[in-house]
Design a protein around this ligand. Sequence first.
Ligand code: PLP
Length: 396
Amino acid sequence: MSATKRVYLDHAATTPVRPEVMDAMLPVFQEQFGNPSSFYHRGQEAKRLLEDARQRIASCIQAQSHEIYFTSCGTESDNWAIKGVARALEKKGRHIITSKIEHHAVLHSCEALAAQGYDITYLDVDADGRVDPQAVRQAIRPDTILVTIMMANNEIGTIQPIAEIGSICREHKVTFHSDAVQAAGAIPIDVSTLPVDLLSFSGHKMYAPKGVGALYIRRGTRIATFMDGGAQERNRRGGTENVPYIVGFAKAFELAMAEMAENTQRLTALRDDLIEKVLQAVPHTRLNGHRTDRLPNNVNFSFEFIEGESILIMLDHFGFECSSGSACTSGSLDPSHVLLAIGLPHEKAHGSLRVTFGKSSDPEDIDRLVESLVKIVARLRDISPLYEAYLKETHG
Ligand code: PLP
């Protein structure tokens, strides 16, 4: 194996900062670097940039500018939404509904609340990773204060029926939060029609830097302050605003919206080409996630009889930077909670591979990726005791 061209195929993990975003940010680091809370000209200039960015991000989702709150990342936005609503409404009830396939920022926030006496319902998903809106309806109780269901899944790309879930929450007057970290900039979001109260966003999934995020809070939503401190973000989130990154985030979000139609077409073609070719070339392979209701850039396969981590290491040798569906924590390999929730047995959940395309993705890389995968999977199956056992069982 010789090291060849490096091909980055992990855009769901993070994205590079695009040049237009760098250009927008650079003067804010060194020239318009004032503190937006300072009264003199340089401070007010920074304040103007901050409010302009807020307005531009609000426009991307048809929100009002005062409904956008800047945070440090998607994780903070999820924590604030969930813990903030829980705290604000604790006298009303202590029941929260979520799904089994949420990001850990949501699941661990819910677990933290469970440790404080909140009751959490974790809804099942179907084999494609979809939450049934009727299951949400059935789970709502008089003490339910919050439903939190992600807009699109970060591992398998499945897009949730958010509008239907939101309508059910409205009917029952339950606050509805959706983690839109993967969906934002990839699929349209219009809060003037979508019945959601809170949405989480993160800059680094859309070609802005890591370390900036936002929470959309619909006007009138009851939510407690998360970060105590100064009067920033209308007294709701203390801390001097990261103006350069916020300016970069606004630029990235606007560009993503402007390019959405073109990107969707290009990425969907790459996605579907890879799916078709791999399913044809590699036997005992499963596509995880919904076949069509999925993010345009997401592909997730399970290759039977082998380990996802081994596939990743070998792909890296071939020059491909991808991700596995399983999280590797301090030496122990835990299968992905998402793959288990869609019904995969442990062995299959271990053999997964996530490929997420982005701006740099080239149709010409697909054939080389498929060729590499064919070789890698064959090589790993050759040394797989599971595959050997399967062959014995089926061929005697
Ligand atoms: N939610 C989802 C669905 C994600 O994919 C991620 C990041 O992987 C996050 C939340 C956390 O975002 P951040 O990395 O900005 O904290």
